[in-house]
Design a binder for this molecule. Structure first.
Ligand code: DGJ
Length: 733
């Protein structure tokens, strides 16, 4: 009879701190959410392995039998399914951690010592498992923060040097998963400027597939940190088993997906160890960023709604709050404006009916004025010829117009032509002996240097201090890091990428302590610098500079798997060939903004905008807080359809677009709605009507939820009605 000590790490099953300790034979640690269980086992040598990640069993006593029902080839090392694979001892595959000990030895073996769980809050449980090398004084604590209701697990490691001398961490992943299935399909993303979030799905073959970035700053430019893995068959919106993964880190990242010789999938995700060997002094700890993941056996739609709920409840800054609609001057003026022009735009903001005016790039620098993108970054004083009365007079003017005022900054950056560069060349990231290489004519400031952190904090703090009415910040970040070298770090250059990110988070944390609620957009010249660590500090992100609405349907669609619509800043611009209604309809699937010349709008276009903004204000709570359903996929059908339904299932808004202009294309077939009460009766009503048009949708007709979800609705999309927004409302008894 095997002796088993079992502890269930679950939100409600077990409260308070409980500690298991070294056991005779086998310790099971099921980490349980509402639907799933990740089961770890400390086996005969106290090796900690993953024996199961899948649907939760009713009888948790049965998890221990799981390994016995698989008959795969041998694991010669006994650590192929390690919960955190160490390198240099028995392991033969990709490690999660590798280290050079104080004595130069490179071997590591991590054995289970104990685990404990704490209920941190309702629906938050932390399970911490201590591992130790039996030979070296080297310890790793694996932390699993579990949000049972949303099936989310947030995992990170704390690595501790208890040896007498310095050690060097050569790899230091956040998490190491192990999955069993009859085949795995990876859904990954790639991109470039204006081509963000391009999906690719492929069946994983044996060997290692790596998703990574080495760009230092805007690390999502070519590849974001998020991905999905379907098990047994490619998951669809409604069906199939799928794992979502998202590393919460804005710096260089690396995710290895290794299909091993036993046909199991090992996923190792964390900071990219590229050029980043990290020295830990005796007694020092290294805390990795979190890897956030969830499993769904009900397809991608359920997974994304769980992730959105979690993000709004626990992660995204002000996730349950409101957002400000805005008029941005970037595409209206670029760098070419002055105070009187901006005052006109403030009046346009009021005329349009949005909440805030956002002053973009070009307002600062005097010795090297910011009149194009070649100069001025770093010199954050108002340009005296453009703004002789400073930002303060614009904030005042905005208030007089009954709108709020926001401002653009790019505080991590410096132009080679700037006073900042002249004064502090040692604050700039560059290889002193090499020629400088620029990205958008600019360089990056060395945020590993505390003085630079103070400077960057001061840029934003100064704006707020001088202009207490300032209501919004757009934080841009256009350059990647070339010639990664810090004058501050001296001999510790391999710490640079990590210390840069620590410096950035330190600045953001200081800002949030002082300005906890001011909305800030995380912008990065498009190419969405977005991840769940950054979103602790930002209320929204900029998905792409590509605002052609047709393109945005696809880009926003893919982001919607991972991030809730409330965080997606969508602007109506002059990109693309679609009419203003189409452009606005697409932008309303998130946080609405405009970046147009209001005075160039025709009378009807302006009347349409003013009316639709009022409608948006009345339904935006559904987009921000509702459950999101991707109803018809633009990559598969001629009509794309996306719905947001409130939790009470009493109202929703449905966005529909023609994405294929071939003859006869349109909503030929009905589209099945989701998220309604089958027994309730509903009405459909068209919103966002352009002046002079009539809706063919009969708002008097009543449909059961069952009808709308099994037969469907038809938005009457055609080449003459290319975008249609419908409100679905429960009929009150
Ligand atoms: C890139 C951003 O994505 C744009 O919206 C704009 O703010 C420019 N930078 C300004 O330089």
């Amino acid at each position: 009879m095997i002796s088993i000590r079992q502890l269930v790490c679950y939100g409600f099953a077990l409260l308070g701190g409980v500690t298991g300790s070294n056991l005779e034979a086998q310790t099971l640690i099921p980490i349980v959410t509402s639907n799933n269980a990740l089961v770890l086992e400390a086996g005969k040598n106290n090796d900690l392995s993953v024996i199961y990640f899948g649907k939760k069993l009713a009888n948790d006593q049965e998890y221990k039998f799981i390994p016995s029902v698989y008959n795969q080839t041998s694991d010669y090392s006994d650590v192929l399914n390690a919960a955190y694979t160490a390198s240099g001892s028995r392991n033969l595959v990709e490690p999660a951690i590798s280290v050079v000990h104080a004595d130069g030895d490179r071997s590591l073996d991590l054995r289970y010592v104990k685990h404990e769980q704490k209920q941190l809050a309702e629906n938050i449980v932390l399970c911490s498992i201590t591992l130790k090398d039996p030979v070296y004084d080297f310890q790793v604590v694996l932390n699993y923060k579990v949000y049972p209701k949303q099936d989310i697990i947030e995992q990170w490691a704390v690595i501790k040097n208890q040896e007498k001398g310095n050690i060097v961490l050569e790899k230091f992943a956040s998490a190491n998963l192990h999955l069993k299935a009859k085949g795995f399909w990876l859904n990954q993303y790639h991109g470039d400027w204006a081509k963000e979030m391009q999906p690719e799905e492929s069946k994983l073959t044996h060997g290692i597939k790596t998703l990574d970035s080495k760009l230092g700053t805007r690390t999502n430019l070519f590849q974001p940190t998020v991905f999905m893995v379907s098990m047994n068959k490619p998951a669809t919106e409604e069906e199939g088993t799928v794992l979502y993964g998202a590393l919460a880190y804005s710096g260089n990242f690396r995710t290895d997906l290794e299909l091993d010789y036993q046909d199991n999938l090992r996923i190792i995700s964390g900071i990219n160890n590229y050029a980043s060997g990290y020295t830990l002094k005796p007694g020092e700890e290294f805390t990795t960023p979190s890897f956030i993941y969830l499993l769904s056996d009900k397809g991608k739609g359920f997974a994304s709604r769980q992730l959105h709920d979690w993000a709004r409840d626990y992660r995204l800054l002000d996730g349950k709050g409101n957002r400000l609609s805005l008029l941005n001057n970037w595409e209206a003026t670029y760098f070419n404006f002055n105070e009187s022009k901006l005052k006109e735009l403030l009046q346009d903001t009021k005329k349009l009916g949005v909440d805030l005016f956002l002053l973009d790039d070009g307002w600062f620098a005097n010795k090297y004025p910011r009149n194009d993108d070649k100069a001025g970054l770093g010199d954050w004083q108002e340009n005296r010829s453009k703004l002789p009365n400073g930002v303060a007079s614009l904030v005042r003017e905005a208030t007089n117009n009954g709108v709020k005022f926001g401002i653009w900054v790019e505080p991590e950056m410096v132009s080679p032509k700037s006073e900042l560069y002249e004064k502090h060349p040692d604050w700039v990231v560059k290889e002193p002996a090499r020629q400088e290489h620029y990205f958008r004519n600019q360089l990056v400031l060395d945020l590993s240097n505390p003085k630079v952190q103070d400077f960057v904090f001061g840029v934003v703090d100064g704006l707020f201090t001088r202009n207490p009415g300032l209501a919004y910040i757009k934080w841009d970040c256009n350059a990647v890091i070339y010639n990664a070298h810090s004058a501050y770090l001296g001999k510790d250059q391999s710490h640079f990428y990590i210390e840069y990110m620590r410096g950035l988070y330190n600045v953001l944390q200081r800002l949030r302590v002082k300005y906890p609620v001011v909305p800030m957009m995380l912008c990065s010249g498009g190419s969405g610098r977005v991840d769940y660590e950054a979103l602790k500090y930002f209320t929204e992100y900029w998905p792409s500079d590509n605002t052609d609405p047709l393109e945005r349907i696809y880009i926003q669609w893919e982001y919607s798997y991972f991030y809730p619509a409330i965080a997606s800043a969508n602007h109506v611009t002059d990109w693309g060939r679609q009419p203003i209604k189409f452009r606005t309809d697409v932008a309303m699937m998130g946080k609405l903004g405009f970046d147009i010349v209001v005075s160039h709008l025709s009378e009807n276009d302006l009347a349409y905008c003013r009316q639709v903004i009022k409608e948006y204000n009345a339904f935006r709570h559904l987009v921000y807080q509702g459950d999101q359903y991707r109803l018809a996929d633009p990559r598969k059908e001629a009509v794309a359809s996306m719905a947001f339904v409130n939790k009470e299932r009493s109202e929703g808004v449905i966005f529909n677009y023609l994405v294929n202009n071939r003859y006869g294309e349109g909503s030929v077939y009905p589209i099945q709605l989701r998220g309604l009460d089958p027994a309730a009766m509903y009405r459909l009503r068209e919103l966002s009507l352009y002046p002079g048009t009539k809706s063919p949708i009969d708002s008097g007709r009543q449909y059961s939820g069952e009808f709308l979800m099994s037969i469907g609705f038809n938005p009457a999309i055609s080449t003459s009605r290319t975008s249609v927004v419908l409100k679905v409302e429960k009929v009150k008894n």
